[in-house]
Design a protein around this ligand. Structure first.
Ligand code: SF4
Length: 303
């Protein structure tokens, strides 16, 4: 096996192409709701979603964007005083609001000392063209990236998990964003209900057809307080319950399948212990990545 087949760019390698020095993302909750909960796209939300499982504590404190960023900076600067930052608008859907108001919050973030850019996390059906054009104008002076929650390329699965958007929505949003010259990230979940390993690799192949710069993947987690948790407990949840070894194998295949040039920011996610039902691997992203690098080196040396 040629080691080049297993080469992937990390987030640090990706961002070093845009910004110098050590860069840390600070998660910000802009206070918007989610269109898949407020009825504008759907109700009840995605079946696996409990937003508390991916928002750090300081974002739920109700503080302003500036306050959240200052709090995040204070946390990280203790260890790395020279660190620079990106404001990561992650919680719920960061573009689900009046465009003026959304832009005001992005500009507020960019006015905080030490913030070098923004990453806007949103749904692919929630990026109106006028907002994209505002972001494109902003990106002429500052780093701007948009990250879409695509999750899978299968419309059948998207329906099964109540995403209330399609893969065509994702392709459209990614193409429009790239046409504006804005780097695009996609968030994908491996192991969604009803999906086989082949379905997951089909998603990676579909990503390869789009002008995507970076992906973030993680294993499906079953989280307390979600509809998926209720299905899981009722025994009606058709999921592959990967163990770490099996998931390492899948990640190796993802790396081999992914178009060279697309970075991979992460492979696993870890919900707070008190919310996580399964899988309980107890591995942080850097620990999993180190196991993955070991597995890759074993494979390349043995072939
Ligand atoms: S995952 Fe995102 S789109 Fe789905 S319900 Fe949660 S916040 Fe809304």
């Amino acid at each position: 096996m040629n080691p080049a087949d297993f080469d992937f760019h990390s987030f640090s390698q990706f961002i070093s192409g845009y910004l110098p020095g050590k860069i840390q993302k600070i998660t910000v909750n802009a206070g918007f709701t989610c269109p898949n909960r407020d009825g504008s796209k759907g109700t009840g939300g995605c079946i696996y979603c409990n937003n508390n499982s991916f928002s750090p504590g300081y974002t739920s404190s109700g503080g302003s964007v500036t306050e959240q960023l200052l709090q995040g900076k204070a946390f990280f600067a203790r260890k790395y005083p020279e660190m620079r930052y990106l404001a990561y608008f992650q919680s719920y859907t960061s573009t689900n609001g009046d465009i003026e108001k959304v832009m005001q919050l992005f500009n507020e973030a960019l006015s905080v000392d030490g913030i070098d850019g923004i990453i806007v996390g949103t749904r692919p059906d929630c990026m109106p063209q006028p907002l994209l054009e505002h972001l494109a104008a902003l990106s002429r002076d500052r780093f701007v990236m948009v990250e879409y929650g695509a999750e899978t390329a299968s419309d059948h699965t998207l329906k099964r998990i109540n995403r209330c958007h399609t893969w065509a929505d994702t392709a459209d949003a990614v193409n429009r964003t790239a046409e504006c010259g804005i780097p695009v990230g996609l968030h994908l979940i491996m192991g969604l209900p009803g999906e086989t390993r082949e379905d997951m690799l089909r998603t990676i192949n579909a990503v390869n057809q789009l002008p995507v710069d970076l992906i973030k993947i993680h294993q499906l987690q079953i989280i307390e307080g979600t509809r998926l948790a209720a299905e899981y407990r009722a025994g009606s949840c058709d999921i592959i319950n990967f163990n770490v070894d099996e998931y390492l194998d899948l990640c190796c295949d993802i790396i081999k399948t992914l178009r060279p040039g697309i970075g991979i920011e992460r492979f696993v996610s870890q919900a707070p212990d008190n919310l996580l039902i399964c899988p309980r691997w107890g591995l942080k992203n850097y620990q999993f990545t180190s196991l993955l690098r070991k597995r890759i080196s074993e494979i390349t040396q043995s072939t």
